[in-house]
Design a protein around this ligand. Sequence first.
Ligand code: COA
Length: 260
Amino acid sequence: MSDNVLLAEERGSVVILTLNRPEVMNAFNFILLHELKEKIEELRFRPDVRVVIIIGAGQKAFCAGADLKERITLSDVQVKEFIFTIRNLFTSIEYLNKPVIAAVNGVALGGGTELALAGDIRIASLNATMGLTETRLAIIPGAGGTQRLPRLVGRGKAKELIFTGKRVGAEEALQIGLVNQICEQDVLLDKCMEMAQLICETGPIAIEQAKYAINFGLETDLTTGLAIESNAYWVTIPTEDRLEGIAAFREKRKPVYKGK
Ligand code: COA
């Protein structure tokens, strides 16, 4: 089934996933959706993998959204299947038990921006353009965009971007909080790796619990969110890593965490 549409490279505890359909700006067809889904589920159960970076192949695009050449061949039911699959896939990325960094290395439109939104941290190259352009095709963002964009940049800005379908460049994306950082394209992966390495120095269970607390806590009222945080904290208390962190501090050395 594989046409190498998804590449996976392991650098220590970091996995770099490359959407590899540069001839169509790394747009998602069914094959790429299924391969990414399979890979994410595999990574979920790889305790040795601490961070996932997602990038697009080539210099031009992160991902141009749904493959519109495939789309034109699909029946209405198949379009529904595509949307159902991509929405669930991006949700599984959002709730992956380890951080996901989107390396937005060029065009990220429609599902491309939605994929970046499902990540935890977004770093974009200066040539990046992002946008939820679906309304220009008389459809709406269907892979979480109507929900995640307003949660990230506020409802006013999100409505402006979705209603106009306009694209923003890297500088504006940074200014509105759509991305965390911007940089030259040739150092984008290095910047993402730097961020990933910092994360790799932390306790794996702590990161999993912090992500859980942020993701679930933000979707509720403060009191419930604080209760979720409290429970997430309790998970870290009986861990070997917590004792290792304190011991390393006392012994003035770097901690060695095992995720236990
Ligand atoms: N699906 C399928 N093919 C796509 C694609 C997509 N989403 N986006 C780009 N491509 C293809 C183009 O058709 C072209 O292939 P061709 O050479 O066989 O014609 C190739 O990728 C290069 O794209 P091109 O349009 O020539 O490059 P560009 O730099 O001028 O523009 C985009 C790039 C991404 C801005 C433009 O292609 C575009 O607007 N694509 C649609 C993006 C979109 O609306 N996505 C949301 C889908 S819901």
